[in-house]
Design a protein around this ligand. Structure first.
Ligand SMILES: Nc1nc2c(c(=O)[nH]1)N[C@H]1C(S)=C(S)[C@@H](COP(=O)(O)OP(=O)(O)OC[C@H]3O[C@@H](n4cnc5c(=O)[nH]c(N)nc54)[C@H](O)[C@@H]3O)O[C@H]1N2
Ligand SMILES: Nc1nc2c(c(=O)[nH]1)N[C@H]1C(S)=C(S)[C@@H](COP(=O)(O)OP(=O)(O)OC[C@H]3O[C@@H](n4cnc5c(=O)[nH]c(N)nc54)[C@H](O)[C@@H]3O)O[C@H]1N2
Ligand code: SF4
Ligand SMILES: [Mo]
Length: 724
């Protein structure tokens, strides 16, 4: 056992690699090496025991650590197909043909980095550093370093995939409380799951959830779809997509009317309650049933259960409540329930935890955020998105990437001439064809990727990145242990870790940043300083270090330090929104395209479309190319309720035409009760057809800039032949 300054550390309990394996190791020359799977999100990143022979991964198994306890999901189990896929990029490539033609020539790293430096520094001299935007796709591990590189280069325009994920929910929570507060499921008596399906999206959470259920946890699920969670839920509120705000206001109304709210907290620690209370009276259970489709008695039951079974926690997700043109206000309305019922920062409610590292909440504290921003905003040009989404720019320390397609190719207020993308996938954007066309117009598009994707074809220069098996990274786990991985195999071909590319670029385009000059490990040490950990020390423990004796974070911290909002209190009426001339209350507005807001469209588009619900074997655009995962769900299909298919004479597997006001695609129909009547569900990430062509590129929430991926109008018709 070791004592670092912040925490006590010890080896992570491990079932033992040898025990785990059925392979006779010494006789075969097979070694088991520890790494992590980073195919999906940072709350997962399961530990892997990689069986390696002669530099090749021949098998993967889940590490028996406290996080994934020997398990892997279908995506992780297909890890070898991911690492060794034929589309892996293995050498730097320079464009030779027309943009988009896919014609490139292999070049050396030296030449590639020189080209990058010459172009980026040239554009900076001609048009200012802000003309270069830096972007990180779904991968998070390189983000702190990329952000620092962008700011040290002088550009405020660091942006990420979080322009469509998570940040809007964080923004909403910050407007209300000044910070996020996550559910304390282990100690809650009631869990209100507002649109999350951890069975598919966060599998390592599920064991803990089911354990809590066994202990008597009451579960309320909100969401239009039937999910594996539904059978464990005591109440399921099956709302029409995009109406969360109305449902939450109605629950608040019931809770206030029945005196189930926490008067003391509300009086001492909130502002705007009277206006909120009055506004919520517009949402009677009957009227809300008409808006949301949820029976009035179920809404009342859920409100009483949540407010009456304290402590109660609220579990939300990164996207379904905020993938709407009314997303931020919806999310504000539903997170307001936490304070209203006195469940804020109390045991078994929603806890404020110190920020962890890379989206994993909890101690120990690091200097990640201090590290990232090497230059204050005031010393840089205004960020992309600041004019259209000023609230975003006030609260979220990034540029809003949904504005990129509109800003490239215009000179106002300054030109955006270059993009440096780390895993930029244009198909993530609504109306994604526009961004692709704009990327082709850039003076210089540099893309760092694992695979030769469609987006790569628009690039001038492509640099090959490697997978988590081939690199070193720092990983904290919610189960209070930390890992520093070392490569289990050498990078494939000439590929390199993203961080190596970032630090090599830094030497050429941000040479004045003394810290970046010191290299990757020194920078991680700098970030880790407050935790009392070092890379060197972590290297000695490939299975991970348990972080023990971490100081218990106190509850009700606001009693000492207030809330980090302008008023110092929880804000039912947001000071920030009102300062931008926006409605301070979490008012409910219909989605821009809904049967209520656009009744004139209802003949042509009578159904509501929700897109992108998660499937267990896929993650975004990543695992469709793997035979094992693809074999589990080989064909893109839309989900349609039997009632809606019957009136259209659609049979299971029929080819149908799915149309929205923006576009139409052809796809097969899957008839299922997973979707309620009047709602169509389609999964995202397939390449053909690409569902993000069904949206206009500016179908965005005016507060956050998030796309309305989960509420749109559509029609489904039987498609007789391909040409009709
Ligand atoms: N296997 C897998 N796991 C993933 C991902 C993946 O692609 N594949 N993606 C990761 C990422 S980036 C994210 S953001 C998360 C998302 O993770 P989750 O949010 O847990 O998953 P979803 O399936 O998108 O949505 C969950 C539920 O939200 C409900 N819902 C849909 N529309 C609405 C609505 O309008 N209002 C309300 N209240 N509910 C609605 C649906 O009932 C749906 O079942 O998953 C992460 N994990
Ligand atoms: N219609 C619809 N669209 C959606 C959504 C939806 O629900 N509906 N969900 C949205 C949400 S919540 C999200 S999070 C986004 C996700 O959107 P994306 O960012 O597009 O997600 P991915 O396809 O996982 O990753 C992008 C690219 O990163 C590359 N990559 C993977 N690992 C690495 C690495 O280590 N280094 C580098 N340099 N590249 C790497 C992958 O090969 C891939 O091409 O999609 C959004 N789009
Ligand atoms: S893809 Fe699966 S195995 Fe890999 S980290 Fe996510 S849940 Fe774990
Ligand atoms: Mo996401």
């Amino acid at each position: 056992m070791n004592k670092a300054s912040g925490v006590t550390i010890g080896a992570v309990p491990d079932g033992g690699a040898l025990q785990n394996s059925r392979v006779p190791l010494t006789a075969t020359g097979i070694e088991i090496r520890k790494t992590i799977c980073s195919i999906c999100n940072p709350l997962s990143h399961c530990g892997i025991d990689a069986h390696v022979k002669e530099g090749v991964v021949i098998k993967v198994e889940g590490s028996r650590n406290p996080h994934n306890d020997g398990t892997l999901c279908s995506k992780g189990a297909a890890g070898r197909q991911y690492i060794y896929h034929k589309d892996r990029l293995k050498t730097p490539l320079a464009r030779t043909g027309e943009k988009g033609s896919g014609q490139f020539r292999p070049i050396s790293w030296e030449e590639a980095l020189d080209i990058a430096a010459q172009r980026l520094n040239g554009i900076k001299v001609e048009s200012g550093a802000e003309s270069v935007a830096f972007f990180a796709g779904y991968s998070k591990w390189m983000r702190p370093f990329l952000k620092r590189l962008a700011h040290s280069f002088g550009s405020p325009n660091y942006c990420t995939e979080s322009s469509t994920c998570s940040s809007a929910a964080v923004l909403a929570a910050k407007l209300n409380y000044g910070c996020l507060a996550g559910p304390d499921t282990a100690n809650a008596r009631c869990l209100l799951v507002w649109s999350a399906n951890p069975f598919y999206s966060n599998t390592s959470m599920v064991r803990r959830l089911l354990d809590a259920k066994d202990r008597g946890l009451k579960i309320i699920e909100v969401g239009p779809l039937l999910t594996p969670l539904t059978r464990h839920a005591d109440v399921h509120l099956r709302i029409r997509p995009g109406t969360s705000g109305a449902l939450a206001l109605c629950m608040a109304n019931v809770i206030i009317e029945e005196g189930l709210y926490d008067r003391d907290f509300v009086e001492k620690w909130t502002v705007g309650f009277d206006d909120f209370q009055e506004y919520a009276t517009n949402f009677s259970p009957k009227r809300t049933e008409a808006i949301t489709g949820v029976p009035a008695n179920l809404i009342e039951e859920a409100a009483r259960l949540y407010a009456g079974t304290g402590p109660a926690a609220l579990l939300t997700s990164a996207s379904p409540t905020v993938h709407h043109t009314n997303g931020v206000q919806n999310h504000r309305a539903l997170t307001a329930l936490i304070g209203l019922t006195g469940n804020f920062d109390v045991q078994g409610g929603n806890l404020v935890r110190p920020p962890g590292y890379l989206y994993v909440p909890g101690p120990p504290t690091t200097r990640e955020h201090e590290y990232e921003q090497s230059r204050p905003w005031s010393e840089m040009a205004p960020r992309i998105g600041v004019e259209r989404f000023p609230v975003w720019s006030r609260v979220v320390p990034e540029a809003q990437a949904m504005e990129l397609p509109f800003r490239i190719g215009t000179g106002s207020p300054y030109p955006v001439r270059s993009v440096v993308g780390f895993g930029l996938n244009h198909r993530m954007w609504p109306g994604c064809g526009l961004l692709y066309e704009r990327l082709k117009k850039l003076d210089f598009f540099l893309q760092v990727e694992l695979f030769m994707t469609d987006t790569c074809k628009a690039a001038d220069l492509i640099l090959p990145a490697c997978t988590s098996f081939e690199r070193s990274e720092l990983k904290f786990y919610p189960e209070k242990f930390v890992l520093w991985t070392t490569p289990v195999i050498p990078p494939l071909g000439d590929s390199r870790p993203d961080t190596e590319i970032i630090f090599d670029l830094a030497n050429r385009i941000a040479a004045r940043d003394g810290l970046l000059k010191q290299g990757y490990e020194a920078n991680v040490d700098w970030i880790l300083k407050p935790a009392g950990l070092t890379v060197e020390e972590l290297k000695q423990h490939p299975g991970g270090l348990a972080l023990k004796d971490i100081e218990q974070v106190p509850f009700r911290k606001y009693e000492k330090s207030g809330f980090q909002t302008p008023s110092g209190k929880m804000e039912f009426a947001s000071t920030v929104l009102s300062s931008f001339g926006l409605d301070p209350l979490p008012t409910y507005k219909e989605p821009e395209l809904s049967p209520v807001s656009r009744p004139e469209l209802s003949t042509d588009f009578p159904l509501v479309l929700t897109t992108g619900a998660r499937l267990p074997m896929f993650i975004h655009s990543r695992t469709f190319r793997l035979p094992w995962t693809n074999g589990l769900w080989p064909e893109p299909m839309l989900d349609i309720n039997p009632g809606d298919s019957a009136v259209r004479a659609i049979a299971q597997g029929d080819l149908v035409l799915l149309s929205t006001p923006a576009n139409s695609i052809r796809v097969k129909a899957n008839i299922t009760n997973i979707v309620p009547r009047g709602v169509i569900n389609i999964y995202h990430g397939y390449r053909d057809p690409e569902i993000n062509t069904l949206f206009e590129p500016d179908y965005l929430d005016p507060i956050s800039g998030f796309p309305g991926f989960k509420s749109l109008l559509c029609q489904v018709e039987k498609s007789i032949k391909k040409e009709d």
